[in-house]
Design a protein around this ligand. Structure first.
Ligand code: ADP
Ligand code: MG
Length: 426
């Protein structure tokens, strides 16, 4: 059967979807043509499918490098449930289980093996990889390879060494949500991708309205907003736990249906709160950025930011939790120059997990400051906010989206100008 119909068949029969989303099919095709790929798509856009579909169509095994054990477990579980032979190899397994998994893999039992980057250069894994037909090495969350990006993981750099040691170079594909130009260049260079197909897509969320408001009187402004949106479910993000607690009390006293979430609460209280929100027992969640990983609530109608976040990456990810159902939703950020100072303090006190050299730490700090500056520029720019966001992530777009506070403000100014011109003519 030719590959076109086979891939749609796999999409339908294994994954249960009728059609590819924007960008997915091109990526699948390029991989199947044997070309290296760097794909930059936002969280939730569907990156996994872009390597899973070709993995099932290629003759050998695909190795998927992933940074988090929980991510691997989720994905492998979902694949197994769909009837795909996949396994993971990481520190969640005992030595005996790893031996067994590698034996089965070597016998051709699996199409996909998820592995932590630390594992790649271990003698056992390398031995397995060198004596098996590998079709592809996929690097998920590829920004971890760059010290210019958030979440730099030195162990990711080992991937390149691993690929070099293979007797035959497989297709290499890399996926990330957060690649700015600098990170992108770094991924290409460190991974040594060979004339790769680069795809930046899916960042635009047309149903989201973006707005920046001055922070003065923000508590009152938020109450007014919530009063006007009595029926809606939404999230309010704050920079600190203290802000969350304060705002929570204030809004609760004002009679709103609120819950809260931050890392200072016990696990149980946090889980309860999260459930209350997901099952619509409370309408508004007030939270730090600890809230949201893996939240898939479709009817979030607004995401308000009580403080400016540390980076556009953080902002877009948090704001992007609005309107997952495709219906109109609003993302409003309250901006005060003071937020820059708060964030600077938070960045200064941030602990770096992992082992870094002095030089790496210097670069990490420098990049943090740069990202903060890009974030505050978003709050003060007069250009279309959507254009600012999409350009930040490297996606081209129109000059005016007509659905952000800057565009709408400019239209008002234009109208006033037109009216003035009319008057002069009279
Ligand atoms: P990412 O890794 O980009 O954050 P995922 O690969 O986890 O995103 O996919 C996000 C969600 O989108 C998943 O629930 C996935 O099943 C779904 N999805 C992916 N591709 C499609 C598609 N073509 N049609 C419908 N749903 C899709
Ligand atoms: Mg993913």
């Amino acid at each position: 059967m030719e590959s076109n119909s086979r891939k749609t068949q796999i999409l339908k029969e294994i994954f249960g979807y009728d059609s590819f989303r924007k960008g997915q099919e091109e990526i699948v095709d390029q991989i199947l043509n044997g070309r290296d790929v760097l794909a930059i798509m936002p969280t939730g856009a569907g990156k996994s499918l872009c390597y899973q579909v070709p993995a099932l169509l290629m003759s050998g095994i695909t190795i998927v490098v992933s940074p988090l054990i929980s991510l691997m477990i989720d994905q492998v579980k979902a694949l197994n449930e769909a009837g795909v032979h996949a396994a993971y190899i990481n520190s969640a397994l005992t030595e005996r289980q790893i031996t067994k998994a590698l034996e089965l893999a070597a016998a051709g039992r699996y199409k996909m093996i998820y592995v932590a980057p630390e594992r790649l250069l271990t003698p056992r894994f390398l031995d397995f990889a060198c004596h098996t037909e590998l079709s592809m090495v996929t690097i998920d969350e590829a920004h971890c390879i760059s010290q210019w990006g958030q979440d730099f993981r030195p162990s990711y750099v080992k991937i390149t060494e691993f690929i070099r040691q293979l007797p035959r170079r497989p297709v290499v594909s890399a996926f990330t949500a957060t690649a700015t130009q600098k990170v992108r260049e770094d991924i290409l260079e460190v991974l040594d991708l060979e004339s790769p197909y680069i795809n930046v897509s899916g960042f635009d969320r047309e149903n989201l309205y973006f707005e920046v408001r001055p922070a003065r009187g923000k508590k009152e402004a938020i109450k007014e907003y919530l009063t006007q949106h009595r029926e809606d479910s939404g999230i309010i993000y704050c920079a600190t736990r203290k802000n969350v607690d304060e705002l929570y009390l204030e809004l609760q006293n004002a009679g709103f249906s609120v819950g809260r979430y931050h890392a200072g609460m016990g696990t149980e209280a946090r889980n309860e709160s999260q459930k209350d929100f997901i099952y619509d027992r409370i309408q508004i969640m007030i939270a730090t950025n600890a809230f949201g990983m893996g939240i898939d609530k479709s009817n979030v109608r607004f995401v308000l930011h009580y403080n400016m976040p540390q980076s556009m990456e953080n902002y877009y990810q948090e704001a992007g939790r609005a309107g997952r159902d495709g219906e109109p939703a609003e993302c409003i950020l309250f901006y005060s120059p003071q937020d820059i100072i708060i964030n600077q303090l938070l960045l200064d006190s941030k602990e770096q997990i992992g082992e870094y050299t002095e030089e790496e730490l210097r670069v990490i700090r420098e990049q943090d400051v740069l990202r903060l500056r890009k974030m505050s520029n978003y709050c003060t720019t007069s250009m279309c906010l959507r254009k600012y966001i999409l350009n930040y992530f490297g996606q081209e777009t129109e000059e005016h989206c007509g659905n952000c506070s800057n565009c709408l403000e400019e239209f008002v100014e234009l109208n006033v100008g037109e009216i003035a011109a009319d008057m002069i003519e009279c």
